[in-house]
Write a protein that binds this ligand. Structure first.
Ligand code: IFM
Length: 441
């Protein structure tokens, strides 16, 4: 690895990220059913009909996994709490084993000198709430605030940071318009409501966290660079629409109390009545902004109804999941968030990494030079942004370990650490060792 810890300002934090459903093993510990269990058990939704029932069995192996975080010299462990593990019915009586698990996890971080970075929701909505309409139902904001309160009451005194919702675009658009994630809807009205309610829930959860005295509260947004496929005005408009839906809707709601016009052009008739009045709740002051960045998409105009755009195959080298490697996009979004939205707040790269078809070599090692190069190229963009005056304060790799990559099942491997799904053995990859060397030097 070309970068060293000393290339970054004093106090700059390095971390690794995971999420509950992707690693814990949801069948264990009294967790309630989630809409990801329902989605994954529906034929055709997930590659290989795989589910998160066992995943990486992190529920039982979290100690060894946190040893790996600490062993790499990382500072932060970013994890999420499963709503249905804490509240099996989404509301009502908590599952004591679920709360105990997160209590132990946080203490285990602290014992290893790691800063626990909490995300309350990383996509596994309790099925009992999905039955009531899930993210389409305005009441989800209050249900989520109650969940935030329960978690904050138990571990809020010890987490280093807290964020309500990972990647609102995935919760809203990918899951309700594209139908790629649970609940697998393709419905414009459901999309408009989910996209608005996810922001309302964010705001209500921030309020609940503040009431419990939780500090260092932020929001985590995923961004994807929109590369216009040609020079035509129609294509420029399509790329602008893609950028607005993906990158500007959620940041705009929270930091500017407005939704971008190219999104309103399609969604305004379907938003819930009085949505403009919700910005008082949505726009809660935050302490930091998290950016999850992976790739760009080549966007062209397409005939038909709004959003009238299509993704095209791009020319750049791609990762295992077909995503173009475009580090410049990370620098672009760090500057964009700083200038257009965050107004000087600290920014963290809360996820960045690549999927690779990693295999175990004859000597038991896992060579992944492309991943090390990917991390280096993106760290160079972080450096460039810092030099340009953007207050980037940390960089967290997705992911600590290989895990359940949602609709793609266990095929894509994003981890710094290889997981053999036959016996769940962990093997640090060459990129893990390279990062550890970079951080210790
Ligand atoms: O695995 C996901 C994660 O859950 C959220 N951000 C992107 C990752 C890679 O697709």
């Amino acid at each position: 690895m070309q970068h060293r810890r000393s290339d970054f300002p004093t106090g700059f934090l390095f971390g690794a990220a995971t999420s509950s459903y992707q690693i814990e093993g949801h069948a264990h510990g009294g967790a309630g059913r989630t809409h990801w269990d329902d989605f994954a058990e529906t034929p055709g939704n997930v590659a290989g009909a795989e589910t998160g029932a066992l995943a990486c069995d992190h529920y039982h192996r979290y100690g060894a996994d946190l040893d790996l975080v600490a062993g790499a010299g990382l500072d932060v462990y970013r994890f999420s709490t499963s709503w249905a593990r804490v509240l099996p019915e989404g509301r009502g009586a908590p599952n004591p084993d679920g709360l105990d698990f997160y209590d132990r996890l946080v203490d285990a971080c602290l014992e290893r000198g790691l800063k626990p970075a909490l995300t309350l929701y990383h996509w596994e909505l309790p099925s009992a709430l999905a039955d009531l309409g899930g993210w389409r139902n305005r009441d989800v904001a209050d249900w989520f605030a109650d969940f935030a309160d329960v978690v904050a009451a138990r571990i809020g005194d010890r987490v280093w940071s807290a964020a309500p919702i990972n990647e609102p675009w995935c919760v809203g658009w990918l899951s309700h318009f594209a139908g790629v994630h649970a609940p697998g809807l393709r419905d414009i009205r459901a999309t408009a409501r989910a996209m608005h309610h996810v922001l309302l829930a964010h705001g209500r959860a921030v309020q609940a966290l503040r009431v419990r005295g939780v500090g260092n509260v932020g929001g985590v947004f995923n961004c994807e660079y929109a590369d216009a496929a040609d020079q035509s005005p129609e294509t420029a408009r399509a790329a602008e629409t893609y950028d607005a839906i993906y990158n500007r809707f959620f940041l705009g709601g929270i930091f500017r109390r407005e939704y971008p016009e190219p999104v309103l052009a399609g969604l305004a008739p379907h938003l819930p009545g009085g949505w403009e009045r919700d910005f008082d709740t949505i726009a809660q002051p935050l302490d930091w902004v998290g950016l999850n960045y992976y790739t760009r998409k080549r966007i062209a105009a397409a005939p038909g109804a709004w959003p009238a755009l299509a993704e095209q195959d791009g020319p750049l080298p791609k990762t295992q999941v077909g995503w173009e490697i475009y580090p410049q996009g990370l620098g672009h979004f760090l500057r964009m968030i700083h200038h257009d939205y965050a107004g000087g707040l600290p920014i963290y790269v809360t996820e960045n990494g690549m999927a690779r078809d990693d295999t175990i070599g004859p000597d038991g090692s896992v060579a992944d030079p492309e991943r090390t190069a990917y991390l280096d190229a993106h760290l160079a963009e972080v450096r460039g942004a810092i030099d340009a005056g953007v207050p980037v304060r940390g960089y967290f790799v997705w992911s600590l370990i290989d895990n359940f990559e949602w609709a793609l099942g266990y095929g894509p491997r994003f981890g710094l650490v290889h997981v053999d799904y036959a016996d769940l053995k962990r093997r640090p990859k060459a990129s893990y060792h390279a990062l550890a060397a970079a951080l210790s030097s």
